[in-house]
Design a protein around this ligand. Structure first.
Ligand SMILES: [Zn+2]
Length: 378
């Protein structure tokens, strides 16, 4: 989620002039239109995976109205445009208020099915072959929605999307870190009967004063049940380097969500590389590491540090309806990513996925075929 993630939206659209060929003297644009259009085409066609998307963050305003009508709920907005105009955040609490309020329209198993299927359909349309998706069951249990309805709806959508659209997916249960440890344990216990529908547990929401170690027992119990473990280490948060250290050393996570501040610590970078950890970076909100002049570009910095970076969309419905293709187009321009690096990012993602070896090989074969057809090595 957003700063649930960093609320510091970076400067987008930096020049990708490094990719441009020499231009005749009469031509002035820094990025030729043909090159920019070709990069958009390349990114759209690139076989991709996504590992950092909050299903509740894909709840588009249009669907909120449809679900509210179906469930007999009133919304305090005249129309979709008015709702979208309210998506203005000046700090984390103001974002979370809108985010959590928005998901109140999710009431039934069918609602969760529709939400997940809509995301997976959008993802499939963007050549995402495989997705691992977060959800926040505590927020739904608080409203009296049974765990069976939440997981059941999402699971049936995953099965339908796989059969009808060919997109693979798995589900990551997130603990809402600013709620109590007791609440998170109750949620984990309620979810374990549905263990076969989950691949991992994660940690999201407001990070300030809620370190990973607060959930050490939860992660241990989940791991004992065969689940993978990941955690948000949002950008530029209080005590963020200690949080990253806890995630790597104390919790021994299998992956880190965001984690850009690792660039401030050569020691942590060395640990992450030794563990071959992957990072699910969301460049729309993980633009630059704090303070430095000039600021460090997270994607460029992490790639240059030899870290396993994947690019992801986070909460697209609250970020201008920008899904992975749009996020990648912006990241490519800002971080001057080459086509070979874009292929490398997809390769990182397919290697980092918690999928079986047969689907992983199939995804990598699709990527290799694409790269060969494009004449790109990487
Ligand atoms: Zn997130």
């Amino acid at each position: 989620m957003l700063s649930r993630r960093g609320l510091v939206r970076g400067v987008l659209g930096a020049s990708c002039a490094a990719l441009a060929p020499s231009l005749p003297a009469w031509s002035t644009p820094a990025v030729p239109a043909d090159d920019a259009a070709d990069m958009v085409r390349f990114i759209a066609a690139l076989p991709k995976a996504e590992y950092h998307v909050h299903l509740e963050g894909t709840l588009e305003a249009e669907m909120k109205f449809a679900l509210a009508k179906r469930n007999g709920l009133d919304l305090p907005f005249a129309d979709v445009a008015a709702m979208k105009a309210s998506y203005v955040y000046h700090d984390l609490p103001s974002f979370l208020a809108i985010y959590y309020d928005g998901m109140k329209v999710l009431r039934t198993e069918q609602d969760f099915h529709d939400l997940a299927y809509a995301y997976l359909a959008r993802a499939a349309s963007q050549n995402i072959l495989y997705a691992e998706m977060f959800f926040d069951p505590q927020e739904h249990l608080k409203r009296g929605v049974p765990m069976a309805a939440v997981i059941g709806g999402i699971t049936s959508a995953r099965e339908s999307a796989a059969a009808q659209l060919g997109i693979g997916s798995q589900l990551i249960l997130c603990f809402v870190r600013d709620l109590s440890a007791e609440s998170a344990m109750e949620t984990l216990n309620a979810a374990l009967p549905f263990r076969q529908h989950l691949v991992a547990v994660g940690l999201d929401s407001d990070e300030k004063d809620h370190p990973p170690i607060k959930f050490a027992a939860h992660f241990a119990k989940a791991r004992a049940a065969g689940l993978k473990v990941t955690a948000h280490c949002d950008l530029n948060q209080k005590d963020i380097l200690e949080h990253i250290r806890q995630a790597i050393v104390d919790i021994r996570v299998d992956r880190i969500d965001h984690g850009g501040n690792i660039l401030e610590s050569p020691e942590l970078i060395a640990m992450a590389r030794a563990r071959n950890l992957s990072f699910t970076v969301c460049p729309s909100f993980s633009g630059t590491v704090r303070g430095e002049a000039p600021p460090i570009d997270v994607v460029r910095g992490m790639l240059d540090a030899g870290l396993n970076v994947t690019i992801n969309s986070d909460d697209p419905a609250y970020m201008g309806s920008e899904y992975l293709n749009e996020v990648l187009v912006q990241a490519q321009a800002r971080s001057a990513l080459t086509k070979a690096e874009l292929v490398g990012l997809s390769r990182n993602a397919f290697k980092a996925g918690w999928m079986g070896e047969a689907p992983r090989a199939a995804c990598l074969a699709r990527l290799d075929a694409f790269a060969r057809a494009e004449g790109v090595t990487g």
